[in-house]
Write a protein that binds this ligand. Structure first.
Ligand code: SMG
Ligand code: MG
Length: 362
């Protein structure tokens, strides 16, 4: 294909409640949306999941917008024979920018698949028609507030609870949730790099709660540190921020730093790389699950397709739209018996609601 036009817009959606992690509190979501249109008139949509500030990753909304406008889009627009499969090669000379690159590749892939009448699920190799949903629970001011929140999500039907932790909000909240909701609750924790190699004894105390996994306890560059921790504790270590490519995933698995992987397509440059990580992990007997970055329906739709691949054997952070948004950019994704249906239509299988997108555009 040859790109004719690219529309970039930032929308600003309020969150239904603040979401606090070890690196900050979010009360709203600014999303950079991308629409590509080809010379033959077919179009594709994607959202760039970078946050407003570079706190989860070095990327941030305005930075991505600049990177796209200044470098990435001109490179793609100069090609006559653009395909989703060659986007990453074309953009490779520009270092970093995985989230910006992922958004562009995804929009091109959406256009390509809409044109051929193929769904993301089919293209990526999905084997399921619905996927089990977990939910990520932020850090709260008080334990009663946490109990009430977890209880609400379980009543909604979520099949797995992930608690955000940080020093000072770890042992006690995890103990209380485990004791209150019982040994059968699928429970895991996510530190977003809040600990150091000096905290291994503290993290070992969590072993008694039979957690599914502990996600990214220490800093992302310290893959060897995660391997040491994995030897020291019985809770399985799961890398998130550290896994930036299939190559890093292969190495992290080989040195024993990760026995489960959180795959976020945007963190690794797109869905094509995400499938490679899925395959590397599968070959090594390492299960994976699909992470989330507070996607609106446009991004959520594609994540659900990915989460339907065979080695995604744990519930993901693929929650319903209502977890974050009162009004979503698409028809809302809903929970049915703790599962969400994988879209089946061409491309990502959903369309943005123009009126909503326009209303929230800033
Ligand atoms: O989309 O439900 C979601 C977010 C899940 O906790 C979540 N994501 O490290 O896994 C993670 C975090 C990153 C974003 S926190 C603002
Ligand atoms: Mg995480």
């Amino acid at each position: 294909m040859k790109l004719k036009e690219i529309e970039l817009r930032i929308i600003h959606l309020p969150l239904v409640r603040p979401f606090r992690t070890s690196f900050g509190t979010q009360t709203s979501r600014k999303v950079l949306m991308v629409k590509v249109t080809n010379e033959n008139g077919t179009f594709g949509w994607a959202e760039c999941v970078a946050m407003s500030e570079p706190l989860y990753s070095p990327e941030y909304v305005i930075g991505c917008l600049d990177l796209m406008k200044r470098f990435l889009i001109p490179a793609l627009k100069s090609k006559q024979d653009l395909t989703a499969e060659n986007v990453s090669t074309i953009l490779k000379p520009f270092l970093g920018g995985q989230m910006a690159k992922a958004a562009l590749e995804t929009a091109v892939l959406d256009a390509q698949l809409r044109a051929s009448g193929t769904s993301f699920a089919t293209y990526l190799g999905a084997t399921k028609t619905k996927v089990p949903a977990g939910v990520s629970v932020g850090i709260m001011d008080t334990l009663p507030e946490l109990m009430k929140t977890v209880e609400g999500y379980l009543a909604d039907g979520y099949l797995r609870i992930k608690l955000k932790i940080e020093p000072g909000w770890d042992y006690e909240p995890v103990k209380l949730v485990r004791e209150t909701f019982g040994p059968d609750l699928l429970l895991q924790v996510d530190a977003n790099t809040a600990y150091t190699r000096d905290d291994f004894d503290l993290l070992k105390r969590l072993d008694e709660f039979n957690l599914l996994l502990i996600e990214q306890p220490i800093e992302e560059e310290d893959i060897l540190g995660h391997a040491r921790l994995a030897e020291y504790i019985t809770t399985p270590v799961c890398l998130d921020e550290s896994i930036v490519s299939a190559g890093v995933a292969r190495d992290a698995i080989e040195i024993g730093a990760t026995s489960i992987i959180n795959i976020k397509p945007a963190r690794v440059g797109g869905y094509i790389e995400a499938v490679k990580i899925h395959n590397v992990a599968q070959a090594a007997g390492i299960p994976v699950w699909c992470g989330g970055l507070l996607e609106t329906g446009i991004g959520r739709a594609a994540n659900l397709a990915l989460a339907a691949l065979p080695n995604f054997t744990l519930p993901g952070d693929t929650s319903a739209s209502a977890r974050y948004f009162e009004t979503d950019t698409t028809e809302p994704f809903v929970l049915v018996d703790g599962h969400i249906d994988v879209p089946t239509g061409p491309g990502i299988g959903v369309d943005p609601i123009r009126e909503v997108v326009d209303r929230f555009t800033v």
